[in-house]
Write a protein that binds this ligand. Structure first.
Ligand SMILES: [Zn+2]
Ligand SMILES: [Zn+2]
Length: 573
């Protein structure tokens, strides 16, 4: 046996090693084999398998080793190391073991331990592998293709692994309900298999989405130009004010402050990147969609100040139903351009994958505030949200804004009707990408990016023809979308058709912004305009010359027409 040991040690040929390992006495446990020959228990188990299958000194089949080294496998190992998938979420198999540990069954127990322990995390990936053709195929991972082995295959695999069906299995599982605690569970083996199979089923979908969304986030950050930005946000836990009392020591005040951090990824006109850390501080302690909308205003205004050519925002957040993934937020998303003069889309990280740079911002604010408060004298401590803000704006590299609870409530009153009218998207939770189509519809997809598969949903009632036909008379000026070129023009009413609710107008030229710069000039072009194409009745068009040949619009009215036009045009299509 010593000679065999020497031979095993001296060779680098793995198949020869395995072959020699089959010489280990049948009475030895894998542990004994592994210790005696100085090899891993995994090797010992492989040798045992080999001996059972092909006898002593058998040569392992080539395909075993080639499979173990395939590029696909390597890719998977790399993939799992860069993913945090495997440290949470799943019933762990790390400590899978038989409760019965009678000596007679020792080998079987160890074999099982070995099989499930080789590389706990990689093994889990292999379990997903049992269910689908490929963990990189979208169809297989999201719903299963007709060729996918499916859950039954995994069930059989596990049943084979756990031979004794009456055995109890104890295993560890991350529980979300109890603060992500690792909990030990004892269950009958078939219950264990059932729960593991259903976890793997969920994991395949989750795993694919998580990887896709993270990759899309990286891609978006790379693709931003000086007209776009990526904005990540995630509520921090409320800050509790700590007070130092010379007599009693420290205590926590009852007051709290909301901290909503943002990280914006932006680009300068010269092409260089810059990031902006922002924190909203507020005495409004409800973290919901309505407060988020109020907090967005100063943030977006700040970004537009930093980059006046900014035109669009891509939001990335977790899928919190209270704050982001709900009908009210999608109704606001449809009104985003109207509210903030920026196009927007909203992308969600997979659940448990929203951790971002924002954690750092919130953590920094709180940690330094606590420190500063304790260093100050007893009558100068930070004990209110406003004091926290005043300290933060002077002392932090983070751009801070204070939004009062009154401001949040005032904003709520403004958007209340929209909030009340919001319509739920069927299956909201499964979608991770929401892109507004117009002022009342969104496109939603399970995945963001190239693999997006959009369906359209109404998130607000379709706007009626809000324009009041009878508010206009002949000679009034109205801004319209031209039925032919779909651009907007200033026009003068020359006739009305009450029955058809149509206007006969004279078109002024040029249209839109060019006319705003040069002035709008009457032409002889007449056009019939349906009510749906009327944008607004013009209030303050003024002639610029004595001969009344050219008319000018004030900037405010031009901008309001231009904003309404964008929404209305989208609604027409
Ligand atoms: Zn995950
Ligand atoms: Zn498949």
């Amino acid at each position: 046996m010593e000679a065999v040991k020497e031979k095993i040690k001296s060779t680098a040929d793995r198949s020869l090693q395995l072959s020699l390992l089959t010489l280990a006495p049948a009475s030895w446990t894998l542990k004994q084999t592994s210790e005696h020959f100085g090899v891993s228990e995994y090797s010992a188990a492989q040798a045992l398998e080999l001996k059972k299958k092909s006898g002593i000194l058998a040569k392992p089949e080539a395909k075993i080793s080639s499979r173990r080294l395939s590029d696909d496998d390597k890719q998977r190992v790399i993939d799992f190391y860069i993913s945090d998938e495997y440290s949470r979420q799943l019933p762990g198999m790390k400590s899978v073991k038989s409760v019965k540990q009678a000596d007679g069954k020792r080998l079987k127990v160890q074999k099982r331990l070995l099989l499930l322990n080789i590389d706990e995390l990689h093994e889990r990936h292999l379990l997903m592998d049992k269910v689908v053709c490929s963990v990189y195929n979208k169809t297989c991972m999201l719903s299963g293709c007709p060729n996918c082995p499916g859950l039954n295959a995994l069930e059989s695999f596990l049943e084979e692994l756990i031979c004794d069906e009456n055995e109890n299995i104890s295993y560890k599982q991350w529980t979300h309900t109890d603060g992500n605690k690792l909990e030990t569970i004892v269950a009958a083996s078939d219950d264990f298999i059932e729960s593991l199979v259903s976890a793997i089923k969920k994991l395949t979908t989750h795993h694919f989405i998580a990887r896709n969304q993270s990759a899309f986030f990286v891609q978006c950050k790379e693709k931003i130009d000086h007209e776009s930005c990526v904005l990540v946000s995630d509520f921090s836990e409320n800050y509790s004010f700590i007070i130092q009392d010379s007599v009693q020591g420290y205590y926590w005040a009852n007051d709290q402050a909301t901290i909503l951090p943002f990280m914006a990824y932006m680009k300068r006109p010269d092409g260089s990147n810059f990031n902006v850390s922002i924190a909203i501080i507020s005495d409004h302690l409800t973290h919901d969609t309505i407060s988020v909308h109020a907090y967005l205003r100063p943030v977006l205004q700040h970004l537009m100040t930093l980059n006046p050519s900014l035109k669009s925002v891509q939001y990335f957040t977790d899928g919190s139903g209270a704050q982001y993934k709900n009908k009210k937020n999608f109704a606001n998303l449809c009104a985003h351009f109207e509210d903030f003069k920026l196009q927007a889309e909203w992308h969600f990280f997979a659940s448990c994958h929203g951790k971002s740079a924002c954690d750092g911002i919130g953590g920094t604010v709180k940690r330094l505030a606590r420190l500063a408060s304790l260093q100050r004298s007893a009558n100068n401590q930070i004990t209110s949200p406003m004091q926290l803000f005043n300290w933060a704006k002077e002392n932090l590299e983070i751009k801070c804004f204070f939004v009062t609870s009154e401001e949040v409530k005032a904003n709520e009153a403004v958007i209340n009707e929209r909030m009340q009218n919001a319509i739920a998207v069927t299956g909201t939770r499964k979608f991770h990408s929401y892109v507004p189509v117009n002022s009342f519809q969104v496109n939603a997809s399970i995945l963001s990016g190239d693999d997006a598969d959009f369906a359209t949903f109404n998130v607000l009632p379709k706007p009626h023809e809000v324009f009041d036909f009878f508010s206009c008379n002949i000679n009034d000026y109205i801004a319209c979308i031209h039925p032919d070129d779909k651009y907007w023009y200033v026009t003068q009413i020359v006739g009305l058709d009450e029955g058809k609710r149509e206007f006969n107008v004279n078109v002024l030229s040029p249209g839109g912004e060019l006319g705003f710069i040069r002035g709008y000039k009457p032409t002889n072009n007449q056009k019939v305009i349906p009510l749906s194409h009327v944008i607004i009745k013009i209030q303050s068009l003024k002639p610029t010359t004595l001969r009344n040949r050219i008319f000018k619009l004030p900037k405010s009215e031009h901008d309001s027409i231009s904003a309404k036009y964008t929404c209305q045009l989208a609604n027409l299509e």
